[in-house]
Design a protein around this ligand. Structure first.
Ligand SMILES: *[C@@H]1O[C@H](CO)[C@@H](O)[C@H](O)[C@H]1NC(C)=O
Ligand SMILES: *[C@@H]1O[C@H](CO)[C@@H](O)[C@H](O)[C@H]1NC(C)=O
Ligand SMILES: *[C@@H]1O[C@H](CO)[C@@H](O)[C@H](O)[C@H]1NC(C)=O
Length: 604
């Protein structure tokens, strides 16, 4: 009975891999199938049996292909007629169930089994076939993608069974190659890369005959390097809707992601953010670049320095200062008045003589205490003001309460003066700007000033222009924003100092693509070697150089002079305008007052 040699063949093929997780799908067309099934159940505990009679069951297959309990590879052993086997692989490709973690072993009696399967198999199914050539001779082959992107089977060995004995086999190489090693050489395949024009990541060039080729960009460097080391070339195909795309709310998939999910392209690298929803339909490599989100806004205007003398304090502080200064006069007056009243009452009742010795006063400038009417409240106000502008106080402090009032006022004024002088110096020597938008909190504040947040819908270029024209804050990836701002003139824009929501970019591959691990390996090396960062800097430098060349000469000179003079800036007239304003204003007021007096005296 030839059926009895099959268990020994399957063992010969599977044993070298030490499978822990085996699923056997069988119908009753192969002779002696019961025996194989029996011997497997004994040998491997984790064996699942599925029968494909009368027809393979899709839901069972789904479970078998997607539910994994271990991290091991799962072996699917098909012991069915060629027709059933074909039906099963049709189900696999119709449902996008290709997986790197599944190894198929197909044992068949028909010699043309391989040819039958070639039409249904797609890249991603790792299929080993043992098909019978004649009586006891089986030929083993493994599926692979040839350099013309066609599925082929490569013969890897033969096996001869002997009735009642262990069969004899000869393999040129293991039935299942290590896929990382296998895909280290794509054999010069020409892959399809789906992309949209997206410089600085993936710049495209449209040739005259409508062919699209890659131009330059960070991602183009990445894919060229991958191609060089993995021996593949690629051609660019732009998705019909020219979008990055993803899974939409209604479940449809669009853009580049659609091309990859439906295997219209082999890979896509184009600033593709790895997101959970996209990962439900495509496989992503490890991230090769992290970009954070930033806010691009109009560069803050430099504040005019004419009123620099006012900048050290906010308007609220100024108002409070004026009020406090105005209140201190009456307060001092009140204290001295009450004290005077008390001493007078005390003197008149107890000690007549002490009236003249009482509160000290000097050289008759102020007739303190000797006059029944004290100095007026305006005298106090004026002296409080003298103190705040660091002029001596002319009022003698006769009593302790008044001394304490003066003491606290002096202390207050000294601190205030120090703070004011220091801040003013800083304001005068360093150019000061309006408050820039540096974080999301700033953006909330800025909305009150009419700055609207915006995100990309059209091209990034349009959005960048809107930042100036419509006064918006553009929320976008840092690299793109930086480069586009540079293109338009970097000094016109402000990029927020705080960035948020870092986005990992990865390469999208069709689900179950067997080359994702090797891409991961290469990407890991590129990132560790700092190549991706270098390419990023290169794009920035190129951009800088080209924008500097295109800039008019006098403009560059002007900025250079401007930067140089920051260090040795001497105060110009415009810094002191505020002081002159004050002087001017009050002289005019004084002149007005004088004029009024003159007129009054003329009429009286
Ligand atoms: C296999 O299927 C084809 C049609 O799909 C049918 O014509 C053929 O007879 C089937 N072969 C067997 C052995 O069942
Ligand atoms: C790349 O593939 C081509 C085509 O199969 C092959 O001739 C060449 O030797 C390969 N290059 C390397 C470095 O393996
Ligand atoms: C378009 O032109 C380029 C070179 O100019 C050429 O390499 C390419 O094959 C052409 N494509 C088609 C479809 O003619």
């Amino acid at each position: 009975m030839k059926g009895s040699i099959l268990p020994s063949l399957v063992l010969f093929l599977l044993q070298p891999s030490h499978p822990n997780d085996v699923v056997i799908i069988y119908d009753y067309t192969l002779p002696g199938v019961n025996k194989i099934v029996e011997s497997f159940s004994e040998r491997w505990a984790a064996t699942t049996l599925l029968t494909a009679t009368p027809a393979p069951d899709l839901s069972q297959l789904l479970v078998a292909l997607t539910s994994f309990h271990t991290n091991d590879l799962r072996y699917m052993v098909l012991l069915c007629s060629a027709n059933t086997t074909r039906t099963i692989f049709d189900m696999v490709s119709n449902n996008n169930l290709e997986s790197r973690r599944i190894r198929w072993l197909v044992v068949g009696e028909e010699p043309d089994l391989a040819a039958t399967l070639l039409h249904t198999l797609r890249e991603g199914s790792l299929v080993g076939i043992a098909s019978r050539v004649n009586n006891n001779l089986y030929k083993m082959s493994f599926s692979y993608m040839n350099h013309e992107n066609q599925m082929r089977f490569q013969e890897v060995g033969v096996w001869t069974g002997r009735k009642g004995k262990v069969g004899k086999g000869r393999m040129n190489r293991p039935l299942y190659p290590d896929i990382v090693n296998h895909y280290r050489n794509f054999q010069g395949r020409n892959l399809i890369s789906s992309a949209v024009d997206n410089w600085p990541f993936f710049g495209l060039k449209y040739l005259e005959n409508d062919t699209v080729v890659s131009d330059r960009g960070i991602d183009i460097n990445v894919i060229n390097t991958l191609g060089y080391y993995l021996n593949f070339t690629y051609r660019v195909e732009v998705p019909p809707d020219q979008q990055w795309g993803g899974v939409q709310k209604d479940g449809t998939v669009t853009g580049i992601i659609r091309e990859i999910a439906t295997r219209g392209a082999h890979l896509a690298i184009d600033e593709l953010t790895i997101t959970a929803s996209r990962e439900t339909v495509v496989d992503f490599s490890i991230p090769y670049f992290f970009d954070s989100t930033t806010l691009t806004s109009k560069a803050p205007a430099e504040r005019s320095r004419s009123l620099a003398v006012l900048y050290p304090f906010s308007s609220l502080t100024w108002i409070i200062l004026v009020i406090v200064t105005l209140l201190m006069g009456p307060l001092g007056y009140l204290f001295s008045r009450v004290h005077h009243q008390l001493t007078q009452t005390f003197d008149s009742t107890h000690n007549e003589r002490s009236r003249n010795v009482g509160p000290s006063f000097d050289s008759g400038r102020i007739k303190w205490g000797s006059e029944p009417g004290l100095r007026g409240v305006e005298m106090f106000c004026f002296n409080m003001f003298r103190t705040i502008i660091i002029q001596g106080n002319l009022l003698p402090a006769s009593s302790w309460p008044l001394r304490l009032v003066f003491f606290s006022w002096y202390a207050f004024c000294v601190i205030l003066y120090a703070v004011y002088a220091g801040t003013l110096t800083a304001y005068l020597t360093k150019p000061s700007f309006d408050k820039p938008i540096d974080s999301l909190e700033d953006l909330l504040e800025a909305r009150e000033r009419g700055v609207a947040p915006s995100v990309t819908v059209g091209t990034i270029n349009e959005m960048i222009l809107k930042v100036i024209d419509k006064n918006t804050a553009f929320i976008n990836g840092l690299v793109g924003s930086e480069i586009f701002a540079m293109k338009q003139g970097r000094h016109l824009y402000h990029l927020a100092r705080n960035t948020f929501h870092p986005q990992p970019y990865g390469i999208a591959c069709p689900p179950g693509a067997p080359y994702t691990p090797v891409l991961n390996l290469m990407l890991g090396r590129m990132v560790q070697a700092g190549l991706v960062d270098k390419w990023h800097r290169d794009e920035l430098t190129n951009m800088k150089q080209s924008s500097e060349q295109s800039k008019p000469k006098d403009q560059t000179q002007e900025t250079e002079v401007g930067q140089g003079s920051v260090a040795v800036r001497s105060l110009a007239l415009d810094h002191l305008q505020g002081a002159f304003y004050i002087l001017g204003c009050f002289t005019v007021v004084a002149a007005g007052a004088l004029l009024t007096e003159v007129i009054m005296s003329l009429y009286s």
